[in-house]
Ligand binder design. Structure first.
Ligand code: ME8
Length: 530
């Protein structure tokens, strides 16, 4: 199968897309980190669909391995029942938050385990697997053997626990045979791993192979029985990472779904930097041995930290997306996630930071623009969108800002910078707010010849709101719909096509009856603990 180049299209990043989130471990409920990656994937899919492209998304739960056995044991439940419960929690959480991946893979699904076994058999027959003795330090948190560089004071850097010394007979995937090919592939395709710092990290791993070597892909059943049995040796189960990565194929319908090939042609993975190595090194080589082309892109983001420590299940400093929804509304949280983290870098979470972003951007800027515009329309234009009368430079500048913002958002999303896309959208809201300040229709209304000014400036602000609703639709779908409804165009987003719709400045019909509604984003007042 040959990978086609990005189709030439006037809007960057408008082609079809198959996007994946990591297949999350089913050992605890989702937290802010899982929510971030999943929200970015959801935003990207919505954005592509608004551009008229086919977009398909996969998420799921990773249910085999020692981590699951350990977690199930602490609850006194069998691994199958335990992971079924947590997997259901993931699925319910996404559904409650309005996020609907097109396919959700559980690695315990029979279709998936059949794929893993068929692939193992093929790779075995092709001579890529051999049995060896292994001696090393294993971290159950990471589900992998560590090297010296993964340790800080003898503890796993990510999980802050001591790895276990292990010596056992394992099957090895002979991936080192392809390191040269992979290095060459990464060097020739600068966009294969982004942002660039992670591409450089992957190249550094390949340059210094002492931390890599071949990959142990089996566990003796005497130690771990909870996994996919190796088809060529029933005394062993498959290593959890070899199993989990294959979910990206299962989710896209591999091998029989006629849609699979087209999806695989445009696959992009989203991950956090904790799992760079399996995705940047193991996975492209696995794909090569399976006979599939490498994925098109790997997008890597940084960590959410609380008090400068990575949020993680093992450290117990989780932030629950459902608790955030209950406290602040999910879209306020979703906005914070997308805007606060520069994709690729770490970001800090605190409720104070959330409150200050939401208050500044959503309550004082966007929300205030919606309410002041609609209040003025209610008061001075009989609750109907007025017709502009004498448009001049000021109005043309606002219209031009909407066109420029649409382009800026498209560029930012084509290179997966949702933070920059939102910054551009909120800048447009500031521009319209400033325009209203300057035009001051509330003053013009009281002047004898001010009527035309009132109508022109409020028509312009309403057009700005329409453009903002369209541009926000992928990022804050409920708020965008809320703006459309208040503006009296509840179907605005139903079949909208960007960029044209957002740039069709005069498409809002004069006379449309607005509906002020409640505040879009109330200010967050943090309670001080006594
Ligand atoms: O690694 N900040 O699953 P996992 C940002 N099952 N993102 C975070 C984060 C944080 N503090 N914590 C988690 C696994 N994430 C494997 C994946 S894929 C074939 C198998 C997000 O439950 C981020 O996307 O530990 C990270 O890569 C992922 O959750 C790890 O999820």
């Amino acid at each position: 199968m040959k990978r086609s180049a990005d189709p030439a299209d006037p809007t960057p990043g408008a082609g079809p897309l198959y996007v994946t989130t990591p297949i999350y471990y089913a050992n605890a409920a989702p937290h802010i980190g899982h929510t971030y990656t999943t929200v970015v994937a959801d935003t990207l899919v919505r954005w592509r669909r608004l551009l008229g492209a086919d977009a398909f998304s996969v998420s799921g739960t990773d249910e085999h391995g020692e981590k699951m056995v350990e977690a199930a044991a602490t609850r006194g439940v069998a691994p199958a029942a335990f992971t079924a419960e947590i997997s259901a929690t993931f699925q319910q959480t996404w559904a409650e938050l309005g996020i609907a991946p097109d396919a959700f893979v559980r690695t315990t699904d029979p279709t998936h385990t059949r794929n893993v076994q068929a692939i193992l058999q093929r790779v075995w027959e092709a001579g890529w697997i051999e049995q060896r003795e292994y001696d090393g330090l294993y971290c159950i948190g990471c589900e992998r053997f560590l090297t010296e560089r993964d340790l800080v004071d003898g503890l796993c850097r990510d999980h802050e626990r001591a790895p276990e010394p292990r010596r056992e007979s394992n099957y090895f995937f002979r991936m080192s045979r392809e390191f040269d090919w992979l290095r060459d592939h990464i060097e020739r395709h600068p966009e294969f791993i982004t942002p660039e710092r992670y591409r450089n990290e992957a190249l550094a791993m390949l340059r210094d192979e002492s931390g890599l070597g071949d990959l142990s892909i089996s566990r003796p059943k005497s130690r771990l029985a909870w996994g996919v049995e190796l088809p060529f040796d029933p005394e062993h189960v498959c290593y959890v990472w070899f199993d989990a990565l294959i979910s990206y194929l299962t989710g896209a319908g591999y091998p029989d779904d006629p849609a699979f090939a087209a999806r695989w042609d445009v696959v992009e993975h989203l991950i956090g930097k904790d799992i760079l190595k399996p995705h940047a090194i193991f996975w492209p080589i696995m794909l090569k041995t399976i006979g599939l082309p490498p994925y098109r892109r790997l997008h890597v983001h940084g960590y959410w930290n609380v008090d400068n420590r990575k949020v993680s299940k093992s450290l117990g400093n989780m932030v629950s997306p459902l608790a955030m929804r209950d406290r602040y509304g999910f879209e306020a949280f979703r906005y914070f996630l997308l805007r606060e983290m520069s994709f690729g870098l770490d970001a800090g979470f605190s409720e104070e930071a959330l409150a200050s972003r939401v208050n500044a951007d959503l309550a004082n800027n966007l929300g205030n623009l919606v309410s002041r515009t609609l209040n003025l329309v209610a008061k001075w234009c009989d609750g109907r969108v007025p017709a502009p009368e004498n448009e001049g430079d000021a109005e043309h500048a606002v219209a031009a800002a909407a066109v420029a913002t649409t382009d800026a958002v498209a560029h930012a999303m084509a290179t997966l910078r949702p933070h920059d896309a939102l910054a551009a959208i909120l800048d447009l809201a500031s521009t319209v707010n400033r325009y209203l300040d300057t035009q001051a229709p509330w003053k013009a209304a009281k002047q004898p010849d001010g009527e035309a000014r009132v109508r022109t400036s409020l028509a312009t602000a309403c057009r700005g709101l329409r453009a903002l609703a369209l541009l926000l639709a992928a990022f804050l779908p409920n708020a965008a719909q809320g703006i459309a409804e208040r503006l009296g165009v509840p179907d605005l987003l139903a079949d909208a096509r960007l960029p044209d719709a957002a740039q069709a400045w005069d498409a809002l019909a004069p006379g449309t009856r607005i509906d002020k509604g409640a505040a879009l984003f109330p200010r967050i007042e943090l309670r001080t603990e006594d």
